[in-house]
Design a protein around this ligand. Structure first.
Ligand SMILES: Nc1ncnc2c1ncn2[C@@H]1O[C@H](COP(=O)(O)OP(=O)(O)OP(=O)(O)O)[C@@H](O)[C@H]1O
Length: 203
């Protein structure tokens, strides 16, 4: 179980999040909405340990998130909106997929990663294919929670459904908690068992 208690975060003097509590159970698909600038990406990065909250704490099964180490991928991963910016454009798909350790074969097959893509560069994939590769590189046997930050915002409806059907199925089978950050209430209603909404803070 990934939990957050009393999270607070400010950029300079501007408080973006304050008093945020959240729990993400294994295999749960939880939605996170809220207006632009309300702090969804900030919260996602705090939950994945990419930033440290100025107050409050994030815990995985009651313990602090482990520090990243070579050969030990983080149990909570953050998938950003723009897959192109998350991968090295000079690398082959095979290299991208094996960068954090041996590729997780079952995850590759669940996400529909084709062997024929392995020798290609990111620019030689469609947006939907690259989004799948970008997600697959984050999935490993020890993954407990995946924070998905508007990962389908740049995809058409068919690609969006193909990716989210595959990803939510995999997460439920493996007991991976998914946080789906999305502006789309329809998407959250379709894929999430429940949804939280951040409100914009003044000033
Ligand atoms: N590194 C930063 N330095 C200063 N301010 C930042 C930084 N990152 C985000 N902010 C500000 O914090 C607020 C929350 O940003 P955040 O990206 O978390 O919101 P969001 O809800 O994800 O927005 P969107 O839906 O548009 O992606 C915004 O006003 C943003 O300008």
């Amino acid at each position: 179980m990934l939990t957050a208690r009393g999270l607070r975060h400010a950029y300079d003097t501007r408080t973006v999040l304050d008093g945020i509590d959240l729990a993400l159970a294994p295999g749960e698909v939880l939605g996170l909405g809220g207006p632009s600038g309300s702090g969804k990406s900030t919260l996602g990065q705090l939950l994945a340990g990419r930033m440290t909250p100025q107050a409050g704490r994030v815990r995985l099964d009651g313990a602090a998130l482990p520090a990243p180490a070579p050969g030990r991928p983080a149990p909570v991963q953050y998938a950003p909106q723009t897959a192109e910016l998350a991968v090295d454009p000079r690398w082959s798909v095979a290299r991208i997929l094996s960068n954090g350790g041996p590729p997780d074969g079952a995850a590759l097959s669940a996400l529909g990663i084709q062997p024929g893509w392995h020798d290609r560069r990111p620019s030689e994939l469609s947006g939907g294919e690259l989004a799948r590769v970008s997600l697959a590189r984050l999935i490993h046997p020890g993954l407990r929670a995946l924070i998905c930050d508007e990962i389908t915002a740049q995809l058409d409806a068919l690609e969006q459904a193909a990716l989210l059907d595959r990803l939510t199925g995999l997460a439920r089978r493996r007991g991976i908690g998914l946080l789906l950050i999305s502006h789309s209430a329809g998407l959250r209603a379709r894929y999430c068992t429940r949804s939280l909404t951040l409100v914009a803070r003044g000033g």
